[in-house]
Design a protein around this ligand. Structure first.
Ligand SMILES: *Cc1c(COP(=O)(O)O)cnc(C)c1O
Length: 385
């Protein structure tokens, strides 16, 4: 089976992880700060807080921004469930904003319309989470302008987008947002096996996220509220979690980050080949907004409805041909857990139309020409019927 995505592990990666195994620290040593420094230098952000997953990063980002019961978080329905679950962890409410029909990202037009209604009803969100689907940045300048007008915070879910750019600058620099979250799951662009990282330019938010990552415990005398009993002293000043990244994971991440630009460049080569080879098929290939350079985590095609091709049959034919196609994503509001919260099919029509047509094709940097040819021939056959 040709997977839709997979990691590359080099000898340098193996050596970096093995070196940690025989070092003094398996956790809470120098590798995590080194990884944070490498990612923040790459993105141009002031702070980075590494954790054990992007899901954890989203959770501590919400906590640091003070999200709680009675608050609302809005995100896109076309995302992984973690983008909205983070609000539920905090006891807040979730709502969704429909997608743009071209980029498949949260639509700034739909967002503006929904904010206008919410303001009149006194139900404005505290946080909006734009998700950079497939690695292509959302239209952040427009979303920032709305945040300034309506007073919400922004967490960019950039789980797909490390290595991508918006208006010439790296995703993750937080020019338009309070916090940006990355994922280092093996299907993503660079990996730490499991792992996530939140960037921010705010000293306060960084300090809060560091607390929530590790039990709410601090040894920083500036943060302590009582005189120290002795040199062993520490204080728990918030209710935190154990969301720490291990030294092994961080060392893998440091090594992987050396190849990020080459990985993204290779993804663009594959995408250009797909674009060219699919040009005559009744498929919508990924639209790239001129303000963006995508990290290209995913290459999603949509089967044009007028092609008269059954979406599910085409998907099954591709799986049968040994291609590990996938569908990113089932609209979150249609998941049973979310239906129990009051959501229902029909609420976000662009998202649901996308879901009825989309297929994610294999896209990973070690994909070779034979695999690419097999995918293109199989897609051509599946679409021809
Ligand atoms: C993968 C992913 C996550 C969660 O990442 P983990 O590191 O697996 O927790 C969150 N949001 C999006 C959009 C993702 O693709």
């Amino acid at each position: 089976m040709i997977p839709y995505g997979r990691q590359e592990i080099t000898q340098a990666d193996v050596d970096a992880v093995v070196a940690v195994l025989s070092s003094d620290f398996l956790t809470q040593g120098p590798q995590v700060p080194a990884f944070e420094a490498k990612v923040t230098a790459y993105c141009g952000a002031r702070h980075g807080v590494a954790v054990n997953s992007a899901t954890s990063a989203l959770h501590i980002a919400c906590l640091a921004l003070g999200l709680g019961p009675g608050d609302r978080l809005w995100t896109s329905p076309i995302t992984f469930v973690a983008s909205s679950n983070c609000a539920l962890y905090c006891g807040a409410e979730v709502d969704f904003v429909d997608i743009d029909p071209n980029t498949y990202n949260l639509s700034p037009v739909a967002l503006a319309a929904k904010l206008d209604i919410a303001e009149r009803e006194g139900r404005l969100p505290k946080i909006v989470v734009p998700v950079h689907l497939c690695g292509q940045s959302c239209e952040m300048a427009a979303i920032r302008a709305l945040a300034d007008r309506y007073g919400f915070a922004i967490i960019e879910d950039a789980s797909h987008a490390i290595g991508g750019r918006y208006r010439g600058e790296p995703v993750g620099n937080c020019r338009y947002s309070d916090i940006t979250v990355f994922s280092f799951h093996p299907v993503k662009i660079v990996t730490t096996a499991e792992g996530g990282l939140a960037t921010t330019n705010s000293d306060h938010l960084a300090e809060r996220m560091q607390l929530f990552r590790s039990h709410g415990i601090t040894r920083d005398t500036k943060l302590m509220t009582m005189p120290a009993d002795g040199p062993w002293s520490y204080e728990q000043i918030a209710l935190g979690y154990n969301y720490r990244m291990t030294e092994l994971q961080a060392a893998l991440g440091v090594s992987q980050m050396d190849r990020i630009d080459a990985y993204v460049a290779r993804r663009h080569e594959i995408a250009r080949a797909y674009d060219r080879l699919f040009a005559d098929l009744p498929l919508v290939t990924p639209f790239q907004h001129p303000d963006t350079y995508s990290g290209l985590h995913l290459y999603v095609v949509r089967i044009k409805p007028e092609a008269g091709v059954d979406h599910r049959a085409a998907f099954e034919a591709l799986r049968a041909a040994g291609i590990g196609v996938n569908l990113h994503y089932i609209p979150v509001h249609t998941q049973p857990y979310y239906r129990d919260l009051g959501f229902a099919p029909g609420m976000f029509p662009e998202a649901e139309r996308y879901y009825a047509e989309a297929i994610s094709l294999p896209m990973y940097p070690t994909m070779d020409d034979d695999a690419l040819t097999h995918v293109v021939e199989s897609v051509t056959k599946a679409i021809a019927g």
